[in-house]
Design a protein. Structure first.
Length: 247
């Protein structure tokens, strides 16, 4: 296994003020012996503002392409991934100490586990920190199919947050990257991964999930009334994938 973990971040001009916080949280990570990280920072567009916002660091690989939304932007960054493991980091969030090391430890010690997620903390606009509003599972293995069924039976609320996903590169490429949706693309990937391989939930918080007026989920067009269509597509793909894997 390559001892590189690829951190993928989709960014655009509105996220530029937060990129240094993300970078500083990344360089503060302490990794297991022999491991290193690369930061694949991909601009959704070609303004150049994202590249100008981060330091000159050989561990940062910056790409850009015509605007396509977060799913396309993250998936384009995949083309440069050298790591055996790939971790998502949204441009406006911050990793907590030990986050990457815990992902690496689980995925190196448990070869049958294909992905991890972890607990997060909400970082509110006034600077206070709060727990995520939904209950998480106990730490441990998440059996194939369990997250899909939990999502369906609990009013379409996930017990784990897809923004904390760390996944084996081979599984990520087999699934085609992030699902081609204008939003909930990370849920689409997580649900697909959850029927393709066992996962593992890490109870230690790995991320400060920033809430602010400019974040994508706070925009008016995020609630476009198409949630039902997106859920149908995500669930239908997962069901088809599960059926193929059983054959």
């Amino acid at each position: 296994m390559s001892r590189v973990i690829s951190i993928i971040t989709a960014a655009h001009q509105r996220s530029v003020p937060y990129l240094l916080d993300a970078y500083e949280s990344l360089i503060a990570q302490e990794l297991p012996a022999g491991w290193c990280w690369e930061w694949l920072l991909q601009e959704d567009g070609r303004s150049g503002a994202v590249a100008a916002a981060v330091p000159d660091d050989p561990r940062i690989s910056i790409g850009s392409a015509r605007p396509g939304g977060p799913a396309v932007t993250r998936t384009m960054a995949m083309a440069r991934a050298k790591g055996a493991l790939v971790r998502n980091l949204d441009a406006d969030d911050k990793l907590l100490p030990g986050a990457i090391a815990r992902d690496i430890t689980v995925l190196t010690q448990r070869p049958t586990v294909g992905w991890t997620t972890s607990r997060l903390l909400n970082w509110l606009p006034d600077g206070t920190i709060a727990r995520w509003r939904h209950p998480n599972p106990d730490e441990g293995v998440l059996a194939r199919g369990a997250i899909l069924e939990s999502w369906r039976s609990n009013g379409w609320f996930l017990p784990i947050h897809p923004v904390t996903l760390c996944i084996r590169r081979s599984l990520l490429f087999a699934l085609g990257g992030w699902m081609a949706l204008p939003c909930a693309e990370d849920t689409g990937l997580l649900i697909a991964a959850s029927v393709a391989a066992d996962g593992y939930f890490i109870n230690e918080p790995s991320l400060l999930y920033r809430h602010h007026p400019l974040q994508m989920t706070a925009q008016v067009d995020h609630g476009d009334g198409l949630d039902g269509h997106r859920r149908h597509l995500i669930a239908a793909r997962a069901d088809a994938l599960r059926s193929l894997l059983r054959d």
